[in-house]
Design a protein around this ligand. Structure first.
Ligand code: ADP
Ligand code: MG
Length: 345
């Protein structure tokens, strides 16, 4: 029997599986529903996500990867197992060869947790790890093996990671826990303050996707937003303009831009000049926010390109990287480097 080779993007918002030689075979929200009574898993992925904000008290809906590291080990493992089994099908008894991504700069304990979870969930030992920015860059079809500087900025749900890569190695990287989720929170808070209207996190995300923009737009978009009136307690709809969303998320966008600038500042001059020539590539769902490329260009002076299919770059890159496992493993921070990284954070 032949071994399946898969790349897994264990994201904070989405889990995506890319099968080598085939393409994306699974794309589900990173959400698990748990019965509170006995801690059993009730639903995973899309089915669990449908319960967010709608579940009865006896069921808890969890995003186990919320901040970009494993927040709840057992639930992460259960979620991975469910997805790996889904991809493998019921009759395949050969364990798949797995390349799974970890955020850049995670320490060795966190690396081990991801590896262990993947192996416990059914991956063949050893499960391989790849730093997320490297996977994102490979998936975006950036020639990361060349001796030039390449910059990728991945804006996900839980965190933004910016990195400059050369010869398969990460030259400079920064990660910040500000990304899509924080934008959603900021929108919800704004609507609460300005209109006395409480909205859920899914509604906030929909508003962001429908009318959100990183910079002021020439022609404004408008959306009707439904929530619960804080005073009467009854449902009410307000109409919201994109300029209001732009204002509400400004502060978090500034943090993201800061992160990009810090990486540029820490990049050696030769490589930085490559980046200025070739531009920054954006990946992750946040790359789809209107005007995010314009904002980063404005604030850094460096041209910005949005990767093709940005939500899937990391999974695709992890899957493709199975072709050169040795080079990839060398790019992971060693125990010592990870220690320096975490003490300087
Ligand atoms: P992760 O890697 O953390 O799982 P993803 O790269 O899958 O994250 O991106 C998920 C984030 O992208 C979410 O916050 C989601 O709201 C956001 N997102 C998805 N599509 C869009 C869009 N069209 N505009 C703005 N944000 C988007
Ligand atoms: Mg991601």
């Amino acid at each position: 029997m032949f071994t399946k080779r898969i790349g897994i993007d264990l994201g904070t918002a989405n889990v995506i599986v890319f099968e080598h030689g085939k393409g994306v075979v699974l794309d589900e929200p990173a959400v698990v529903a748990i019965a509170e009574r006995d801690n059993t898993v009730v639903a995973v992925g899309e089915e669990a996500r449908a319960m967010v904000g709608r579940h009865p008290g006896s069921i808890q809906v969890i995003r186990p990867m919320r901040d970009g590291v494993i927040a709840d080990y057992l639930i992460t493992e259960a979620m991975l197992r469910f997805f790996i089994q889904r991809v493998m099908g019921r009759f395949n008894i050969v364990r798949p060869e797995v390349m799974i991504c970890v955020p850049a700069g995670v320490n060795s304990v966190e690396q081990r947790a991801v590896r262990d979870a993947a192996e416990a969930a059914g991956a063949r030992r050893p499960a391989h790890l790849i730093p997320e920015p490297l996977a994102a860059a490979i998936g975006a079809e950036i020639p990361v093996g060349s001796p030039r500087g390449h910059m990728v900025v991945d804006i996900g749900g839980g965190r933004t990671e910016a990195a400059v890569i050369s010869l398969f190695g990460i030259v400079a990287a920064e990660s910040v826990r500000v990304a899509g989720d924080r934008l959603d929170d900021a929108i919800a808070q704004y609507i609460k303050r300005r209109y006395n209207l409480a909205i859920g996190e899914r509604t906030a995300e929909e508003v962001k996707i429908q009318i959100g923009c990183a910079v002021p737009m020439d022609v404004e978009l408008v959306a009707g937003v439904r929530g619960r009136d804080q005073i009467t307690g009854l449902p009410r709809t307000v109409s919201l303009r994109s300029s209001e969303v732009t204002a509400a998320i400004q502060e978090h966008l500034a943090t993201i831009v800061q992160t990009v600038r810090r990486v540029l500042e820490r990049t050696p001059p030769e490589l930085a000049s490559d980046v200025i020539d070739r531009g920054i590539v954006l990946t992750g769902g946040g790359a789809l926010l209107r005007g995010i490329d314009d904002l980063i260009l404005q604030e850094t002076g460096v041209p910005v390109h949005i990767a093709e299919d940005p939500l899937r770059c990391v999974a695709k890159g992890a899957g493709m990287a199975l072709d050169y496992i040795d080079v990839i493993e060398r790019s992971l921070p060693t125990e010592e480097e990870a220690l320096i990284e975490s003490s300087s954070r």
